[in-house]
Design a binder for this molecule. Structure first.
Ligand code: URA
Length: 497
């Protein structure tokens, strides 16, 4: 029935993708004449791949044209995987300047389709998170921002390893489809203002090949490569502005806050270099966000927050949502300060507008309203296992990485891209850092349909919880804001009161 409604509501249009604007900043020539998202035909390819690699090996900065030529030839298989691998390692060892990183990002964008949202009325603003455990922020944030009339064209990914994926969570809503083509995506943006889908079109295809090489050549962790890989996909989606959530801590890609600030500066620079106002928040991923880690249970928690159902276990989720919403409202011209944006965000959670927008989005994407209006009616997993505290005191830490990995063992996440995900599997945290516990209290509840994994999972979750006599000293959830020009500010958490 929802499918029928969806097709009825959608007016077919031709999909439109465009090339990047021909003018570039940095070292790229200002006159590349391209009419589609492809590399210009008159690029100078005279530098051999070996000479290009050698330049980086000896620490020389490439020009934008040299980088574009190398990526263009790689896409046409004239530069081989072994040459790309050697260059990636040289980048890890010698680094890249901000101009080089911007040129690499843009070259990767040019390897595929670029969404054209010019025929979608309204101001578009998107958000990206570097990923974490229990990270369901987008599920609340996207409809909340759209409830103010901004357009949120969100393309997300699936989970792999200890981090979950927004698309897997949305897939747990019966009937919900994330696989919309560009026509349907844009029609929902026109009518509802928000849609959350898997990347439509062939966006930044060269990133997939380069990422696969980085994965097996120990070249994943290098700020210029991380920046270009993350930002090329966001820039190909082509929103007018961007807010980034760059995480640090045990469950994040980068464990140290300093490393995350460096990544954020580089990502902000890449966004701003493409004329998209970009701001990053540096946020802690030392413990899972909120109380739910899984798929359907994360939808359930998101619905609670959208319903203004105050749960102290979701306070971190709520704070992350309202701050990022406040910034998106500021960048979209709806609020005049971040503080005003935060106040407005809280208001639309209270007055039901954000929840109504979530319902509209679910319906437009074919999902069951019945399921999201009655989340407790969802089927449960076969096994439910309680993790009991063996001592009294205070929770002083919950290792996000360990919890995320148990989630995978229970069936909520993937070890390999081809693995299936069990929507009912997951972990419910009953205690969070700072909470007082008595011996015998339930710390967490595991859910799984897999036989024989519960006992090991229980021991691992018990190990992930640190319970001490002394209450922990408070730490900041949002430590910094990173703005254009490499400006790093301390985040003032009094804005959340
Ligand atoms: N996510 C990506 O897409 N690429 C990276 O390099 C790191 C995280």
């Amino acid at each position: 029935m929802y499918r029928a409604l969806l097709t009825k509501a959608i007016r077919p249009l031709q999909p439109r993708f465009t090339a990047l604007p021909p003018a570039f900043r940095f070292n790229l020539s200002a006159t590349h004449p391209f009419s589609s998202a492809s590399f210009p035909s008159n690029l100078d390819h005279s530098q051999s791949p070996a000479a290009f690699i050698s330049d980086k090996r000896y620490g020389k900065a490439h020009t934008g044209d040299e980088i574009m030529s190398f990526i263009d030839r790689y896409q046409r298989n004239e530069v081989k995987d072994y040459q790309m691998s050697a260059w990636l390692m040289a980048v890890c060892l010698k680094g890249m300047t901000p101009n080089e990183t911007a040129a690499l990002t843009k070259s990767m964008v040019m390897s595929g389709d670029i969404a054209d949202l010019t025929d979608v009325p309204g101001i578009s603003v998107d958000k990206h998170s570097t990923g974490g455990v229990g990270d369901k922020i987008s599920l609340v944030l996207a409809p909340l921002v759209a409830s103010f009339g901004l357009v949120v064209p969100m393309m997300s990914g699936r989970g792999l390893g200890h981090t979950g994926g927004t698309l897997d969570k949305l897939d747990s809503i019966p009937g919900f489809s994330c696989d919309l083509d560009m026509d349907n995506f844009k029609n929902i943006l026109r009518t509802v203002g928000v849609a959350m889908i898997s990347p439509a079109g062939d966006m930044a295809p060269v990133d997939k090949r380069i990422y696969a090489l980085r994965d097996v050549t120990s070249t994943v962790r290098a700020i210029p490569l991380q920046t270009s890989s993350i930002m090329c996909k966001k820039l190909a989606e082509n929103p007018e502005s961007l807010v980034l959530d760059v995480k640090f801590g045990s469950g994040a890609f980068n464990h140290e806050v300093e490393e995350s600030i460096e990544l954020a500066k580089s990502m902000v620079e890449a966004g701003e270099g493409d004329n998209k106002p970009t701001t990053a928040f540096i946020t802690s991923m030392d413990e899972p966000i909120g109380w739910a880690v899984g798929n359907w249970n994360e939808i359930h928690e998101s619905i609670q927050v959208l319903s203004n159902d105050e749960n102290p276990l979701s306070a971190d989720l709520l704070n992350l949502v309202v701050v990022q919403c406040g910034q998106m409202l500021l960048q979209g011209g709806v609020a005049s300060t971040l503080q005003e944006g935060i106040t407005m965000a809280k208001e639309n959670l209270k007055n039901g507008k954000a929840l109504a927008k979530f319902h509209e989005m679910v319906e437009a994407q074919g999902g069951s309203l019945e399921a999201v209006k009655n989340p407790t009616n969802y089927p449960s997993a076969k096994h439910s296992i309680e993790v009991i505290s063996t001592r009294s005191g205070y929770v002083t830490a919950i290792d996000a990485l360990a919890i995320g990995l148990v989630g995978v063992d229970l069936g909520a996440g993937r070890k390999f891209v081809e693995d299936d995900v069990d929507f009912t599997a997951g972990i419910e945290l009953r205690k969070k850092t700072g909470d007082k516990v008595e011996e015998g209290d339930v710390l967490a509840v595991l859910s799984t349909n897999r036989d024989g994994v519960g006992e090991v999972g229980k021991q691992k979750v018990e190990g992930a919880y640190k319970v001490d006599e002394e209450a922990p000293s408070p730490t900041k959830l949002i430590t910094n804001v990173v703005r254009k020009g490499g400006v790093v500010e301390d985040f003032d958490e009094s804005m959340l009161q």
